[in-house]
Design a protein around this ligand. Structure first.
Ligand SMILES: C=C(O[C@@H]1C=C(C(=O)O)C=C[C@H]1O)C(=O)O
Length: 286
């Protein structure tokens, strides 16, 4: 008898997604599965190519590959205002970088395009962007400003280097009045068709893990203190500030982001958000 290939599940290695992953154990699923923990850019490639069948990825990358992906319900990494880990470090205020050079972390997709949208649509700026490994000193040596995300941004925000720090979640909220969804959970359409039971079990396990994680943040906070540093109070505030839901509010902010991305030519087509459910597809209303 041939053994079914394990389902490959993508996990964002940054702390921001830990509350959803902490109580998610692939070994407890009733079918073979393996999890890869990577920065978003690597997960984005895996989901687009089909090497990873299900898991978290940049919301922008979902949009770019939405023809082969479906969203999983009730899961995201979102903020309704400041996010505290998507930060632009600059020598002059952001409004003055219109024609400068910005180094952007090569680990992101959503935030890099969010920056482009904010600069171009809200401020009329069109700087030159260079993709770089997330190292603030090296980035600032070759650019006027640098975009970091995740734990790299958090660590850099703890060092006082005299830079102006702009939180892109906060800027998006000020400009649009809406929240922003940075990561979503998605499933490969083919996998959803060929292994529906496995996908249903995974979708359920993620939501259950999220509920447990948010109910008891303590072990997650402790792990973050050990792995990244900082105080328990910081991590408590950080995790509580993020939303892991994907309700109407989150969908509204993300729809606008996708529309702007399309208008600026960052996305090749308009995105119809389709959410997987046990038997039928739910199309997010526009
Ligand atoms: C909140 C964050 O959201 C992240 C930002 C992403 C992106 O910019 O592509 C992708 C996944 C999220 O983990 C963060 O990394 O700080």
């Amino acid at each position: 008898m041939s053994h079914p290939k394990p389902t490959v599940i993508g996990k964002i290695s940054y702390t921001n997604s830990w509350p959803v992953f902490h109580n998610f154990h692939p070994s407890r699923l009733s079918f073979p599965a393996e999890m890869v923990s990577e920065v978003p850019a690597i997960l984005n490639q895996g989901m687009a190519s089909g090497n990873i069948q299900v898991g978290a990825l940049s919301s922008f990358a979902y949009a770019a590959a939405s023809e082969r992906l479906l969203l999983l319900p009730d899961l995201s990494v979102s903020s309704d205002g400041p996010v505290k880990s998507i930060l632009l470090f600059s020598r002059v205020p952001i409004a003055q970088i219109a024609s400068g050079t910005i180094a952007v972390t090569n680990t992101s997709a959503t935030s890099v395009n969010l920056l482009k949208i904010l600069l171009q649509k809200a401020m009329g700026g069109k700087p030159e962007y260079i993709s770089a490994v997330p190292d603030l000193d090296k980035m600032m040596a070759q650019a006027d400003a640098s975009l970091l995300i995740g734990d790299n941004a958090i660590r850099a925000s703890w060092q006082d280097q005299g830079y102006i720090v702009t939180d892109l979640g906060e800027l998006w909220k000020e400009w649009t009045g809406l929240g922003m969804t940075f990561a979503v959970w998605a499933v490969n359409r083919e996998a959803a068709e060929t292994r529906p039971k496995a996908i249903a079990e995974i979708a359920e396990a993620f939501v259950e893990s999220k509920t447990l994680g948010q109910r008891n943040l303590e072990p997650i906070i402790r792990e973050a203190c050990t792995a990244i540093g900082g105080t328990a109070a910081f991590w408590d505030g950080y995790f509580r500030n993020l939303s892991y839901d994907f309700g109407e509010r989150q969908q509204e902010g993300l729809s606008l982001y996708f529309r702007y991305a399309y208008e600026l030519g960052l996305l090749p087509r308009e995105v119809k958000m389709e959410i997987w459910s046990h038997n039928l597809l739910t199309r997010v209303k526009e």
